[in-house]
Design a binder for this molecule. Sequence first.
Ligand code: ADP
Length: 216
Amino acid sequence: MKIIVLLGAPGSGKGTIASRLARCDAVRHVSSGDLLRERVRHADTPASREAAEAMRKGALVDDHVVDELMLEHLQACAPGETLILDGYPRNERQAATLEEEAAIVGADITAAVWLEVPEPVLISRLAGRRVCSVCAANYHVENMPPRVEGICDRCGGKLYQREDDQPEKVDHRLHVYRDQTRALIDWYASRKLLVRIDSKKDADETAACVARAVLA
Ligand code: ADP
């Protein structure tokens, strides 16, 4: 069982690249953001209300809530499978938890892929991002539009703009990234697991680069 961690700022393409890699056999995309959005939509508990509030503000959700959601997937992973983790870990404490849990279940963290994108590109990607309300597929109004405006190509679901993609929330998310998540680049570099990928190109080209680097 293998784990590949995707690192990168909001808008760096983690979800888009992970969903393309998951077209390969025995590769599974696990997105902490999608799992959290599903959880807050379906569970009305104090913890899920708190998570929803953090997400609305662009802050990080409590580590324990996210760890629990992600580790469930790790524990259910079949031998021979590769998990692509998108959005987790997001700080050093989560990275340490992942490392411990991977050792317990006998999974190898084989690479941490850093999707590098200049900040102006991130901002324009987030401003134009639209997401399917049913299957969570991502689009962009200019760079990756759906065939029919406002409708998901894959499942026919309605597309919407995430509340945290509003400009003031985006500023805060980028600040949180610089403050807490960026440190993971050094964390994984010191473990000789870091793979840097230029992610400002087209999604298919970037996904092919990542696949060559870490799935071969
Ligand atoms: P992006 O990477 O574009 O910010 P995500 O969908 O990965 O989008 O995350 C959306 C929000 O979900 C984050 O701003 C944060 O509130 C929450 N979240 C996702 N992953 C984590 C995590 N590992 N730890 C804490 N909060 C998280």
